[in-house]
Every structure is written in structure tokens, then in C-alpha cells.
Write a protein that binds this ligand. Structure first.
Ligand code: ATP
Length: 509
């Protein structure tokens, strides 16, 4: 097992043991790719939502938030193109009976060639030492050039076949590349079939005549169909944005990566409406803003990278992914898309309602263009959790698991312990709890030794532990222990509120 797989396994086990994430309906052996958030997970998730909401809605005068229903009129999905085009090509291996996304099998194959390039570069860097010019080497070395050409050719063929919905072409490509099933090792494949990712259900009883409706696969459409309502009632002037946090549902073909790929998940999306022709500028603006948001959490920058899409979704004219270094590798965390006027125009045409903006500055009406930022709440959670997990050996030979969750997002901000459960110490600790609990999520605990109480809170990422001891009763001071350094200071009780508030400032870590 690689160390990354090992880390991933440990994070999953820790998430369960400490009440962050449970498998859905676990007592019935769980439901595939569906998860429940436990007592600590829910706090962390709410804090991430709050951080996103404040930075989008509260800090931007021209962005407002809505909360649209999950069920929408079925025609929405016809207009948006999801009924036609929200498909993934799937293929089964007849020996292992495993199902794969055909495009992912081919992209993984390209990744293997990419790895060969990295190997060549690493080898050469070792050979040439300080004089090594990586860019020059990559541009001129015959084997690297050959590998790059191979990747390009495969991707060109894949994207063309996907655009043309040429399922046979995709299968031929898998056969030509001699791709084998990672489980059975065989090349015994079925044909490639299209699979629509939307879940459907029935609205109304059968007797009344029922209607097929869909669980939304993205929250964005709830924003588009409310564009006119919000623009008019909020007297919004372009450029302006509408933000929303909510559940989305996708019947994912491959869903075996914990909360990275779920069938029910949450998105935090913001659609920014702009004058046509200015979308490229806004696209750049939002790329930068969103990176700032990520970096302010304090996770090192090398955990993030921007990836430009070569294959664009049916609605986009430019797209970047913010990728995060998860234990399963660099993977998409957020999408920033220039969606043109695709959605609003489609709804205008299908509904027959005029969806236009009169721009007094240029004295013209138009259908606004859209720049979207779309981030997975669960993936953000996983990014934070997997980066936070750390096993530490302490000086006294013992070990602790430390969750380095950014303090402002931590489920519990302060834990308050009486050293012993007698002599008036619990009452004093409760007094401190009462002083803090209206502003911070706090925990009161009197069971077990102080050491064990510290360990429990290290393992859920609590930034501060406050201990009331005998001295407290004499001089009104307590010890306050900081999570990461384990440093303890003795401070007077009046100062605690300030210390905690100061540490919780965003970007402080
Ligand atoms: P992927 O390529 O990984 O399937 P996507 O490109 O389809 O993702 P988008 O449609 O751009 O994803 O959705 C925006 C965001 O929603 C993604 O960046 C991701 O964080 C989140 N997301 C999408 N699908 C899932 C899922 N099945 N489980 C959890 N989060 C998801």
C-alpha cells in the first residue's frame, strides 16, 4: 500500500471514529457513495459554508444569495441541455464485472504516459545537476517529445469521439491502446454506452397523472431561472452575482472515493452576470479571488494548482479547475467556468419569457454573460480533513493524532476542563463556559485525566483547551493550551475571550 493510500485509509477511519463522517444507513451495511455528517463533521461543514457565504455575499456588495428548491420544472433540464448531454460514457469489463467511465480509463492511460515524462525529467535532472534546464530538456528531448505527441493524439481522438457521441470510436480507442481492466487485467470489454447522471422520480400520485421530475444535478439552474426575480426585486445592476449553497445529486458511475465522489453532495455556487465582451476580464478576476479564498485557510500553496480544461462542457467557452492534492492525487476541487449566455438564452427561448438586461451605460439590452464559480462543499471538507491529519511522536515517547484544522473552521473552538471534579472547580469552569459559549462553540469536559482530554481535542482539532485548577480559585487565572505547539500559558480569565477571538481571525495561520 502506498503511503498516500495509507493516509487516505487513516483519514477515513479517523473521520468515523471522531464523529466527522459516517456511512449512510450503516446498520444496513451502508448505501454506496452516500454519507452522513456526524456531530463534529456538521460543525466543520457549517463553518466552511459560513466562510464561503461571508466571503461571497457579505464581502461583495453586488452579490446576493438565494435558496432554490431541489425539485424544478422538468423543462428546466431540457432547456439547460442536461437531459440530452449530462451523460458519461460507461463500459463494463465482462470478467471482473466492474463498471468504468470510458473517458476516465483513457485519461488514466494518458496519465501513465505523463508519468514516463516525469521519470525522464527526474533522471535528467539528477544527471545534469545544477545546470539542468527543465524547460529546454522537455522541449527538445526526443523521447519526451514522442510521449507528448502520443498524449495529444489520444486526447484529440477522445474529445472528438465524445463531441460526436461516437461511442464505437471510444471503444476502438480503448482497444487500440490495449487498456486492461485494473481488477481482472483482461481486455474483455462490453460496448460503450451513454449513461445519464440525473436521478428521476415522480411528482404527484399516479391517479392524478404523474410527471417525471429530476433531482437537480447542479444548483446553478435554480439561480438562472430566478435571474429576473432577483435582478428586479433586488434592483441589481450588472455586473452582479447570485450565490447559493445546496444539495445536488448525480448517479455517478464510479463512486468509490469516500466523500470525493458522492451521489448526493453539496455545492457552493455563484453565478456572476456580466456585460457580453467583458467575461474574460471577470473570469480572470474570479480565478484570482477564489485562489485568495483557498489560500486564506492557511493550507500551503503547493497543495493547489490550476488546470485549464481542454475539453469544455456543453455550456462553457473557458474553464479552469482548482485542483487540490488529495491523498488520491491532484483532483478537482472547484470549477471556474465562463458559461457565456448559454443558460439564460436557452431559458429565454424555451420559456418564451424575455430574459434581458437594459444596460443604461451603453443604452442597450442584452442577455448577460455568466462567469461561474462552483465548489464542492464535501470536497473542501475532504481537502481540509486530509491536510489536517497528522500523527506526532511526542518527546515523552507517547503519540498523538493532531487535526490541524484551520482554527476558524474548527468544530469546537475551546474546551474547558476542571482539573478535578470537586472543590468548586466544575462550577468555576462552568462560569467560563457561560462567558464564552455565546460567541464560540465550546465543550465542557470533566471525565478522564487531563492528558486524555487534551488528546481527544487534538484529534478533533480544537485550537484551545482551558484548564481550571486550584490556583484558579485563588487568583482567577487558568492555563490555556494551544493545540499545535501544546504550549501552555497561565492567563487571567478576562483575557481568554480576546485570545480565542484573535486566534480565530481568518488567514491568521
Ligand atoms: P468531476 O470531473 O470530478 O466529475 P465535474 O467537473 O463534473 O467534477 P462540476 O460539474 O464542475 O464537476 O461541479 C462543480 C463542483 O462540484 C466540483 O468541482 C466538485 O467539487 C463538486 N462535485 C461534482 N460532482 C461531485 C460528486 N459526485 N461528489 C462530490 N462533489 C462533487
Amino acid at each position: 500500500m502506498s503511503s498516500n493510500e495509507d493516509l487516505f485509509r487513516k483519514v477515513i477511519a479517523h473521520a468515523k471514529e471522531y464523529g466527522f463522517i459516517f456511512q449512510s444507513s450503516e446498520i444496513y451495511d451502508g448505501l454506496s457513495a452516500v454519507y452522513d455528517y456526524g456531530q463534529n463533521g456538521t460543525e466543520l461543514k457549517n463553518n466552511i459554508k459560513d466562510y464561503w457565504w461571508r466571503s461571497m455575499v457579505q464581502h461583495h456588495e453586488n452579490i446576493v444569495g438565494i435558496d432554490a428548491a431541489i425539485f424544478m420544472h422538468p423543462t428546466v433540464w431540457k432547456a439547460s441541455g442536461h437531459l440530452e448531454a449530462f451523460n458519461d460514457p460507461m463500459i463494463d469489463n465482462k470478467d471482473s464485472k466492474k463498471r468504468y467511465r470510458a473517458d476516465v480509463l483513457i485519461e488514466d492511460h494518458c496519465q501513465k504516459i505523463e508519468n514516463k515524462i516525469h521519470k525522464e525529467i527526474k533522471k535528467a535532472a539528477k544527471r545534469f545537476g545544477d545546470d539542468f534546464d527543465e524547460a529546454m530538456f522537455a522541449a527538445t528531448h526526443p523521447r519526451v517529445i514522442k510521449y507528448r505527441e502520443q498524449i495529444q493524439e489520444i486526447k484529440d481522438r477522445l474529445y472528438k469521439a465524445m463531441d460526436d457521441e461516437d461511442l464505437e470510436g471510444i471503444k476502438t480507442l480503448i482497444e487500440t491502446l490495449e487498456i486492461v481492466c485494473p481488477v481482472s487485467g483482461s481486455r474483455n470489454w462490453t460496448d460503450v454506452r451513454q449513461f445519464n447522471l440525473m436521478f428521476s422520480t415522480q411528482l404527484g400520485s399516479l391517479a392524478e397523472g404523474s410527471n417525471t421530475i429530476y433531482l437537480r444535478p447542479e444548483t446553478a439552474q435554480g439561480i438562472f431561472v430566478n435571474y429576473l426575480n432577483v435582478q428586479k426585486t433586488g434592483r441589481m445592476k450588472i455586473p452582479f452575482g447570485i450565490a447559493q449553497i445546496g444539495k445536488a445529486f448525480r448517479n455517478e458511475i464510479v463512486a468509490r472515493q469516500f466523500i470525493f465522489r458522492m451521489r448526493e453532495f453539496e455545492q457552493m455556487e455563484m453565478q456572476f452576470f456580466v456585460r457580453p465582451g467583458t467575461e474574460k476580464e471577470w473570469f480572470e478576476y474570479w480565478k484570482e479571488e477564489r485562489m485568495k479564498w483557498h489560500f486564506a485557510m492557511g493550507i500551503p500553496r503547493e497543495y493547489y494548482r490550476l488546470y485549464e480544461h481542454e475539453k469544455l462542457a456543453h455550456y462553457a467557452n473557458a474553464a479552469f479547475d482548482v485542483e487540490f492534492k488529495f491523498p488520491i492525487g491532484f483532483k478537482e476541487l472547484e470549477g471556474i467556468h465562463s458559461r457565456t449566455d448559454f443558460d439564460l438564452s436557452a431559458h429565454q427561448e424555451t420559456s418564451g419569457r424575455k430574459i434581458q438586461y437594459f444596460d443604461p451605460e451603453i443604452n442597450k439590452s442584452y442577455v448577460p454573460f455568466v462567469v461561474e464559480t462552483s465548489i464542492g462543499l464535501d470536497r473542501t471538507f475532504l481537502a481540509i480533513l486530509s491536510h489536517a491529519y497528522r500523527e506526532e511522536k511526542l518527546e515523552d515517547g507517547s503519540e498523538r493524532i493532531l487535526m490541524r484544522i484551520p482554527p476558524f473552521l474548527a468544530p469546537i473552538k475551546a474546551a474547558i476542563f476542571p482539573l478535578v471534579a470537586k472543590n468548586g472547580l466544575p462550577e468555576k469552569a462552568r462560569e467560563i463556559m457561560d462567558q464564552l459559549k455565546y460567541d464560540f462553540m465550546c465543550h465542557y469536559e470533566e471525565k478522564d485525566s487531563i492528558g486524555r482530554r487534551y488528546r481527544r481535542h487534538d484529534a478533533i482539532g480544537t485550537p484551545y483547551c482551558i484548564t481550571v485548577d486550584h490556583q484558579t480559585m485563588e487568583d482567577n487565572t487558568v492555563t490555556i493550551r494551544e493545540r499545535d505547539t501544546m504550549k501552555q500559558d497561565r492567563v487571567s480569565i478576562e483575557k481568554i475571550h480576546r485570545i480565542i477571538a484573535d486566534r480565530l481571525k481568518i488567514g491568521k495561520d
